[in-house]
Design a binder for this molecule. Structure first.
Ligand code: UDP
Length: 373
């Protein structure tokens, strides 16, 4: 039986597109790690289920149940009307098969996958499933599955930003959780170098080409950090801007990333899609780095225009350049303060815990959890 303050037993199911620690899972990796850590620190029993080969930062004490199997293709690589595709020996299938077997050891399962299967399976489980949806609408199959869960299990869907939730027909069914970071892992840097930064998966939807165009046109060096799912894309960008002073620094662990990122004069965020949140915006702010972002998706809800960076007309490189010229107007200390006020781990932990407890009180499955758990 779970009461308003008793510890919860939580099984967190990771993305099936990549092992944790590779960066190929995108922001979900950091979000899952942070939430698991915060919830465990609050006394909850937390286990992570993730593809084989997953690693958490050394300091982590949250156990991982590693599941072998074939990885899932990212939804970003699909067309809207594509059917659901699952490989034979699917890690996603095996992860949820494991969850089915152990569900009675937990009060709540938490789904971090942007995949049809866990949504579809929800009514077949005896334990409630919380779905933290990590991207905006991308495929008809996901939209329909989300709609069905929204109708049958109200209160079980969460998104990271209002803009992300609004990409779905059932936008009002989403709880908007934002995101939070362990700010003690990010150091404030008052004196940056003369360079700009860009952080993210090197993939077309992230729009790296616009940041490179800024660097090419202004001559200001651009450092790039992130996992590289498709080396051809990076090659094409280098050929398109052969003289741009860009420097690919690889995919770094948070400790190194924040040290280097902190030395940037500004972070450029140039996504071509509705970015669900944009962890990297908050990571930059935590280091005192102002964020210049297109006015769309999560970054537009994070950046306070003129206070913690600049919001720019989407897809306008000239707007980015103008913002870069005005970057000295932004107080780096105000950026750090903003991260502390809105995006700390305790704040994220409070919002998430409240969501879980309300779910356990209100969903049909939650009733089962409370009476038989
Ligand atoms: N990241 C990292 N090391 C790097 C570059 C990126 O750990 O060198 C992480 C970063 O902390 C962030 C994630 O990669 O959590 C990118 O997530 P974001 O939400 O910005 O975008 P997504 O990839 O999910 O679209």
């Amino acid at each position: 039986m779970t009461s308003a303050s008793s510890p919860l037993r939580l099984l967190l199911l990771s993305t099936p597109v990549a092992p944790l620690g590779t960066g190929l899972g995108g922001g979900v990796e950091l979000t899952l790690y942070n939430l698991a850590t915060e919830l465990a620190n609050r006394g909850h029993l937390v286990r992570i289920v993730a593809p084989e080969g997953s690693q958490l930062p050394d300091a982590s004490e949250v156990p991982i149940v590693a599941i072998a199997g074939k990885l899932q293709t990212s939804a970003q690589n699909q067309h809207y009307t594509d059917p659901v595709v699952m490989p034979p020996a699917s890690v996603l299938g095996y992860m949820w098969d494991y969850a089915r077997q152990v569900q009675h050891d937990y009060d709540l399962l938490v789904n971090f996958a942007y995949d049809w299967l866990p949504l579809y399976l929800t009514p077949f489980f005896q334990r409630p499933i919380a779905h933290l949806i990590s991207m905006g609408a991308l495929t008809a199959a996901m939209d329909a599955a989300i709609q069905q869960v929204a109708a049958a299990f109200p209160g079980t869907l969460a998104a990271h930003s209002h803009a992300q939730a609004q990409t779905f027909a059932c936008a009002d069914q989403f709880r908007v959780l934002g995101n939070g970071l362990d700010l003690s892992r990010y150091g404030f840097c008052a004196e940056p170098d003369h360079r700009l930064g860009w952080v993210g998966r090197l993939a077309p939807e992230k729009g790296l080409e616009d940041a490179i165009a800024v660097s090419a046109q202004t001559g200001i060096p651009l450092s790039v950090w992130g996992a590289m799912p498709d080396p051809d894309y990076w090659q094409q960008l280098q050929q398109r801007y052969p003289t741009a002073p860009i420097d690919y620094r690889g995919f770094l662990a948070t400790e190194q990333l924040q040290q280097e990122l902190g030395r940037c004069r500004a972070l450029l965020m140039t996504p071509k899609w509705v970015e669900a949140f944009g962890n990297v915006a908050v990571e930059a702010l935590a280091c005192g780095v102002p964020v210049i972002a297109y006015r769309r998706g999560g970054p537009a809800e994070i950046v306070v225009d003129g206070e913690t960076g600049w919001l720019v007309e989407p897809d306008q490189v000239t707007g980015l350049i103008q913002a870069v010229r005005q970057i000295e107007q932004i107080d780096r200390a105000a950026c750090r303060r903003r991260a502390e006020a809105y995006y700390s781990m305790p704040k994220m932990g409070d919002r998430t815990e409240q969501w879980f407890r309300e779910m356990l009180r209100e969903t049909p499955h939650g009733t089962i959890a409370q009476t038989s758990g």
